[in-house]
Design a protein around this ligand. Structure first.
Ligand SMILES: Nc1ncnc2c1ncn2[C@@H]1O[C@H](COP(=O)(O)OP(=O)(O)O)[C@@H](O)[C@H]1O
Ligand SMILES: O=P(O)(O)O[C@H]1O[C@H](CO)[C@@H](O[C@H]2O[C@H](CO)[C@@H](O)[C@H](O)[C@H]2O)[C@H](O)[C@H]1O
Length: 451
């Protein structure tokens, strides 16, 4: 009979959130196993450590155990193995509402099960009768939606330490921000001696649309219009929303600056920042060879940044800002997912940075939205111009909104912004190569234009 390790090693590579796709697993070990619910069905919490060549990554899994697997759960089966002296079915517990209700109950009761601690945010109450469904989004993590009340995000890749998202939404919600979803609870454990966030539960925004979906609708509308029609006359023009998003972004940056420390980075440290960008570029080229022919474009932008003679203001930022991280409610834009770039060390994700890093991230996202629909589309070359037009129009509206909302972008910031955009594109090249290789041409196109 296959061992639990063997089962997990065969299953994990097929999961959307598994970051090491395309590379063999050299070793998978179970670091911790905590029984959250005994019996049938049973629920166990696992932290597994996966080694692929030199890189070791920890992942979190919630596994269900049943003596008999009902048809409705067969599609999430992991396999069978011996457990407690008998053969049991192991499956992905996120799809079993009769198990995920224990997560709600655990948070409501501030329960602790061995090393796994459930917490409720002070002053809120949790409705434990809500049933969960797994969100089917393109995600680095896995989210459960309970009724239309809560959304619980289970972090898949684990890095020791408090997740910046928990820290930030707690502070901003506490300060009365209109741009974050209210936190309700979290789950944590100790890893390498540090409290480490395993999951966060927030208010679910039931009548909201995410920015990526809205932007794609707008792009589709434009592509369907006659070539001669100006973008502003096309149905579904997104520019007014892009402007409002810019304003909301500036407000969130102000709230972050008020809730956390800020600082300034002097030119010698700016040089060191560009050295880090270069090292990241070198690593990316080694991992994704098609990036090599564009490396010079990025290197030149970094050189220009290294020559900056004025200081840069730094503060806590979002860190992985894009259209999929913002939701338009009936009232305003709400910002999600303040956890920085998944997979980066937590210290880096919590470090103070230029708010323009988020601005750069969103500018890249407008390019993604414009180009995404061109892949594999007949007549794509004809639409290339329209894609540029859509991206340029919405980027300009976003930047104008950012300034109107009190965000600071001076003329001299163009060099910094360009370097940050290309640094983000380098990250995206690696992200796409690992997760969605057919999307790789999108970030690679960022280097084609010297800006
Ligand atoms: N509070 C919320 N209300 C409604 N939908 C949400 C909420 N938070 C996240 N979502 C949806 O879940 C998706 C993924 O959430 P996100 O926090 O970005 O996860 P990940 O870090 O895995 O990408 C979002 O794009 C959005 O569609
Ligand atoms: O999972 P997260 O949302 O934290 O972020 C990761 O996945 C994103 C993709 O889902 C990725 O974003 C890239 O693709 C987006 C379109 O799907 C695009 O809007 C972004 O601009 C682009 O960076 C993100 O980089 C990654 O960290």
């Amino acid at each position: 009979m296959t061992s639990l390790h063997g089962l997990l090693a065969g299953w994990i590579t097929g999961q959307r959130w598994f970051a090491g796709k395309g590379r063999a697993i050299d070793d998978l070990s179970v670091e911790t196993l905590t029984e959250i619910v005994a019996g049938d069905p049973g629920l166990v919490h696992l932290i597994v450590s996966v080694r692929q060549e030199e890189r070791r990554t920890r992942y979190q899994i919630l596994a269900g155990l049943r003596d008999h697997l009902p048809d409705r759960l067969k599609h999430v089966g992991i396999g069978t193995c011996e457990w407690g002296g008998r053969e049991r079915h192991v499956y992905d517990a996120m799809h079993d509402a009769s198990l995920t209700e224990h997560l709600l109950r655990g948070m409501d009761a501030d329960r602790r099960v061995n090393g796994v601690a459930f917490h409720r945010v002070a002053g809120v109450s949790i409705d434990t009768t809500q049933r969960s469904l797994v969100l089917t989004a393109e995600q680095s993590n896995t989210s459960l939606v309970y009724g239309d009340a809560y959304i619980l995000k289970l972090f898949r890749q684990l890095n020791a330490g408090v997740n910046p998202e928990l820290e930030i939404i707690t502070a901003l919600a506490g300060a009365g921000s209109a741009h974050v979803a209210r936190p309700y609870g979290w789950i944590e454990t100790g890893l390498d001696g540090e409290p480490t966030t395993l999951a966060i539960m927030q208010e679910y925004l039931p009548n909201a649309n995410d920015g990526w979906t809205m932007a794609l609708t707008s792009v589709r509308d434009l592509y369907a219009c006659p070539d001669a029609m100006p973008a502003e006359d096309a149905g579904g023009d997104f520019a007014a929303e892009a402007g409002r998003l810019g304003q909301a972004t500036a407000q969130v940056h102000r709230e972050l600056a008020e809730s956390f420390p800020t600082g300034v980075v002097e030119p010698p440290e700016i040089k060191r920042m560009t050295e880090r960008f270069r090292r990241r570029l070198d690593r990316a080229v080694a991992e994704v060879p098609p990036l090599a022919r564009h490396a010079e474009v990025a290197a030149r932008a970094y050189d220009r940044m290294a020559d900056l003679e004025h200081e840069i203001t730094v503060q806590r930022v979002h860190g992985d800002y894009h259209l999929g991280q913002v939701m338009r409610t009936t009232g305003d834009w709400v910002v999600l997912d303040f956890e920085g770039e998944p997979g980066q060390p937590l210290a880096e994700r919590r470090a103070l940075d230029s708010p323009l890093r988020d601005v750069a991230g969103m500018l890249r996202s407008f390019d993604y939205a414009a180009r995404h629909l061109l892949a594999d589309r007949p007549g794509a070359e004809r639409l290339e111009g329209r894609a540029r037009e859509w991206a340029a129009r919405n980027k300009a509206a976003f930047l104008a909104g950012y300034s109107e909302g009190g965000g600071h972008i001076r003329g001299a910031d163009a060099v910094l912004l360009r370097a940050l955009e290309l640094s983000k594109a380098v990250y995206e090249v690696v992200y796409e190569a690992r997760n969605r290789p057919s999307w790789l041409p999108i970030p690679l196109a960022a280097f084609g234009d010297e800006g």
